[in-house]
Unconditional design. Structure first.
Length: 398
């Protein structure tokens, strides 16, 4: 009997020792995982980011006006602009969230959130469905144009580059409109147009009317300053749109190094098996809705060059490391039309808040609640053109 009790005691002791060893192992493993996570966070922007606390700042956001904020921006040496879906609403593009953030699956005829549907897991299982979504969005992108906000920001950026001021353009949008506007702005300079980059208020008003796509009762679609039959938009090809040439596709794994498209660009694709870091033009607009393209490099399945909702930022495709390095010197951050619901965008704003940099938020409903923040309330197409005009005029008189 005593020997049995002794054995039971030894067994319990062994269990306790084993449990203790396992707890110690778990604690050490958690420490290792935290180090790995922190390391990854610093590279992909980040997984878990400690948001600045309101009590760390003695500044609270305030509503401002164009004249006041222009004087402040004109003093800055490095301006960073971060845009979201709100800037493309005037181009008739839906957002990923809100009422427009849904996609109806053809098989089940039910609405699902884009954030739940557009995942790499679903792409592997249902490549035709994911590509169908991208084909449809590309039609919408092609039948519309960059609006006046894209155009004025591109003029602003080119002016800064030509006058040796530092300007960083960042967008969460995948429509490619910032690149298209930037290419056109540079082309205008090469042709000797808009050398001063400053327009009159009357010009801005005229551009607002002509650049914003509007549905017409006669079945015509306003696309910039030209008209095209809405029913004929499928005939537009990628070659009809001004974008970087094919030789520029893969300059340091960027489609256009002057614009950080941190969520990719719907007009391009790449190998789903990552046989290389090369980008290729997406299939022609008007292809079969179920068409799944092949990688031109290895003939395996190709994927859209867009960041799926269950993926992390990678330097090789989204230049996340390069971006975080570049914004270390920012003096001013202009945030336009975003809810800041993605990690890298939130990280950019958090850096500006922590470093007490000037932040200008252009939004209908502002989301940045503390820091050195100035609000310009309203739609992007109502505010951005006038803001850019005033800043450029101030730059040229300084």
């Amino acid at each position: 009997m005593n020997s049995s009790i002794a054995k039971i005691g030894d067994t319990l002791k062994t269990i306790r020792e084993t449990t203790g060893a396992m707890d110690n192992f778990k604690n050490e493993w958690d420490k290792v995982l935290k180090k790995v996570t922190d390391n990854l966070a610093s590279k992909i922007g980040p997984i878990h980011m400690r948001a600045p606390r309101p009590d760390e700042f003695d500044m609270t956001p305030e509503i401002t006006d164009l004249d006041t904020i222009t004087d402040e921006i004109a003093k800055m040496e490095h301006i960073v602009v971060l845009t979201g879906a709100g800037i493309s609403v005037a181009s008739n593009l839906p957002s990923f969230r809100g009422e427009g953030g849904f996609w109806t699956t053809r098989d089940k005829q039910e609405k699902v959130k884009a954030s739940e549907f557009l995942t790499y897991t679903n792409f592997i299982s249902y490549p035709e469905e994911i590509w169908h979504w991208h084909h449809e969005l590309r039609k919408t992108v092609a039948m519309n144009n960059p609006n006046i906000s894209h155009t004025c920001l591109a003029d602003f950026q080119v002016f800064c580059e030509k006058s040796n001021r530092k300007f960083t353009m960042i967008t969460q949008n995948i429509d490619g409109y910032h690149i298209e506007a930037y290419v056109k702005a540079n082309k205008a300079i090469e042709q000797g147009l808009d050398k001063t980059f400053v327009t009159t208020s009357k010009d801005v008003e005229e551009r607002k009317l002509s650049d914003l796509p509007q549905k017409q009762a006669n079945g015509l679609e306003v696309v910039g300053n030209s008209y095209s039959k809405a029913d004929d938009y499928e005939e537009k090809k990628l070659s009809d749109i001004e974008r970087p040439s094919s030789s520029d596709f893969n300059k340091k794994y960027s489609i256009c190094k002057e614009v950080y498209e941190i969520h990719g660009d719907i007009n391009y694709m790449r190998c789903a098996n990552n046989c290389s870091n090369k980008f290729f033009p997406a299939p022609e607009i008007g292809c079969s809705p179920d068409f799944v393209p092949k990688c031109p490099n290895c003939s395996s399945i190709a994927r859209p060059h867009t960041l799926f909702f269950d993926e992390n930022y990678l330097e090789a495709f989204y230049r996340s490391n390069s971006l975080l390095d570049e914004i270390q010197t920012m003096d001013c951050l202009i945030v336009i039309g975003t809810a800041l619901e993605t990690n890298l965008a939130a990280n950019i704003v958090a850096q500006a808040i922590t470093n007490k940099k000037l932040i200008i938020e252009i939004n209908i409903d502002p989301v940045i609640k503390y820091g050195n923040v100035k609000y310009l309330l309203g739609q992007a197409e109502q505010i951005v053109p006038n803001l850019c005009e005033l800043i450029l005029a101030k730059f040229q008189t300084n």
